[in-house]
Design a protein around this ligand. Sequence first.
Ligand code: GDP
Ligand code: MG
Length: 186
Amino acid sequence: MSKSVSKSVKPIKIVVIGSGGVGKSALTLQFSKSKFFLDYDPTIEDSFSKSCYIDNEMARLDILDTAGQEEFTSMREQYMRLGQAFLVVFSVTDRKGFEEVDSLIQLIYRVKDREAFPIMVAGNKIDLQNDRCIDQSLAQELVQRHQEFNPYCAYIETSAKTRLNVDLVFHDLVRLLRLYNAKGGS
Ligand code: GDP
Ligand code: MG
């Protein structure tokens, strides 16, 4: 497909959120540039775009890799309002980051004023098996609780380092958004 054709596809705004150091930038950069950084600046907030076919349909993803601000600032509210789908990242080696996942999801519902919204939860750094402190079942339970009222929520384990499930996590998020839009965004 030529560049001009892909440009005519409306971009999908994806926002990546989560605690510091969990791998938000690593996942975004691995997906959009196929690169893994050991020391990417944790204060950089930037957008990356990537076009790809997902189920034979072209998608243009505009991914906002967020940084910093733990508190609910007006800037945070602004980018969350613009987001059409969210990737909520935690690290399976970091309990504190996992404990923040639920309140981040609640924040999405609040800003969007919706109880159902496309949200992918990524349990990252699964290559660090020996440091793992969050079981897959624990994360799955959390997501299942949300799925009771939000069918557009799912959980996938990733490694930005080995690239495991990196494409899948973004592609499945686009699939959730397509389903959500097909049901009239309700
Ligand atoms: P952010 O603050 O959420 O954007 O986190 P970063 O993407 O900057 O990652 C924080 C640190 O964790 C960096 O040293 C990364 O190289 C490392 N990291 C990120 N993802 C993975 C992963 O899947 N596996 C391993 N082993 N390290 C990772
Ligand atoms: Mg970062």
